[in-house]
Ligand binder design. Sequence first.
Ligand code: FPP
Length: 256
Amino acid sequence: MQIVIHIDKMDYKELIDKKNLPRHIAIIMDGNGRWAKKQGGIRIFGHQNGVKSVNDVVEASAELGIQFLTLYAFSTENWNRPKLEVEALMGLLVSTISNELKNLTKNNIRLLVIGNIAQLPKNVRNKLLKTIEVTSINSGLTLVLALSYSSRWEINEAVVNIAKDIKNNTLQVEDINETVFKKYLSTSEIPDPELLIRTSGEYRISNFLLYQLAYTELYFTEILWPDFSKNDFYKAINDYQSRERRFGMTSEQITK
Ligand code: FPP
């Protein structure tokens, strides 16, 4: 049997147009479990190796001058995974944040979290809140971790809070519009992503930023998350830059 391995030797960083960078890139990091299985390891081994790719995309984004990078690190649905895997993921989060704090500061990176953080174990929550506070003065890349996050949870929260504000008379029904609604989402301070990347050959959005992805360019790759490199990230940005974003208008209107 002949096995053909395709090695992409192109240097995609060289090809990036620095004047047309997406302001916000969001990533669904998928395929850690399958990667581990291929190596003969348990799922946690895949998550541990996924941290290297996390560091790579954060560093690449900071170097390029991307303003926002959102990583789907733990979904609301991920709480249903085996207890051991959930505990390992929480442990990885704390250790990665501790290990990377110096690098966040060195690279002028600000940390934010979206999601139901009240559900997180106390040590994880405290570590996150402390890091958010320490890095709040940084003005470069904003790294947003989506943790215990799902869009349906987020939209539900927004509706509950809007109802509360109407009830206590701080909001009038006739004042609700898109701008006001967005203020009730976890991403109120964050622009919508221009580019969404999902690894591992799955073609789904999986309850991630459903409202915010309305006009986002979607990029899917077969590469499993622990194998996703800086060059793969640059390739996705190149692909984004080759697209025509029409926002419901015609091609002629855009190029005029
Ligand atoms: C999806 O792969 C990945 C996750 C649910 C967790 C992502 C976590 C990390 C990359 C490590 C820690 C992150 C940070 C930010 C420090 P999967 O387990 O669903 O893979 P599979 O689809 O192959 O089973």
